[in-house]
Write a protein of this length. Structure first.
Length: 208
């Protein structure tokens, strides 16, 4: 398996569907000079979401690619690929993007699509991971940043950060504790990707 080289010309495309606090963490990391490269475009599948406003405020180009009205999920994927290519994106970050992606997008960006998920995968994939952790009675939860594959929330893991689940937690209080770690984890994972010197070996993301 080839080791990936570092790149100082990375162009990130961030896909969002909502409030965009993880997008903000990336904006802050780039504008603070911590990350090499630039945020090339922020794409939402829904108009009017706060994430788009955050991007506009930061002077980042935005686009809306509505997930409705395509003849298939692949067609939606292809529309996303076209928009990402238009902005010469080399790394795609899902940040609260609420649609599943398939082959057209994943093959267009091999080993170059990241997702952030608010649980310690493989525990609690899918929807409402914080509620799942509480219902299960887990004592630890956290955040996972992983490469996206066709299987939901199951790609090679770059980085995880754990938080305690407290006895009096509600879904909201646990989500807030995890979110604070998300904002540390996502820029750190992007930094790892951009630094290069890593390879994927089986399911393992390894630094060489
Ligand atoms: C985060 O909890 C993220 O892990 C999950 O969706 C939420 C998005 O929040 N995938 P935000 O839009 O980044 O604030």
């Amino acid at each position: 398996m080839d080791t990936h080289d570092s790149t100082d010309k990375a162009r990130l495309g961030v896909l969002v569907s909502g409030r965009g606090s993880n997008l903000q963490a990336l904006i802050d990391a780039f504008s603070g000079g911590r990350l090499n490269g630039q945020l090339a475009v922020v794409i939402s599948n829904m108009a009017g979401v706060f994430a788009l406003e955050r991007a506009e405020r930061a002077g980042i180009p935005t686009a809306v690619v509505d997930h409705r009205g395509w003849s298939s999920r692949d067609e939606f994927d292809r529309a996303l690929v076209a928009e990402l290519r238009k902005h010469q994106v080399s790394l795609v970050c899902l940040a609260g993007f609420m649609r599943r992606l398939g082959k057209p997008l994943l093959q267009a960006f091999p080993d170059a699509v990241l997702n952030i998920h608010p649980s310690l995968l493989p525990s609690f994939p899918g929807l409402h991971p914080q509620r799942q952790a509480l219902d299960y009675g887990a004592k630890l939860s956290g955040v996972t940043v992983h490469l996206v594959t066709e299987e939901l929330d199951a790609g090679p893991i770059l980085l995880q950060r754990a938080v305690p689940v407290l006895d009096d937690d509600t879904e909201d209080s646990l989500a807030a504790r995890i979110l604070a770690e998300e904002h540390v984890a996502y820029p750190a994972a992007v930094e790892m990707m951009l630094a290069g010197g890593w390879r994927i070996s089986g399911r393992r993301f390894a630094r060489s």
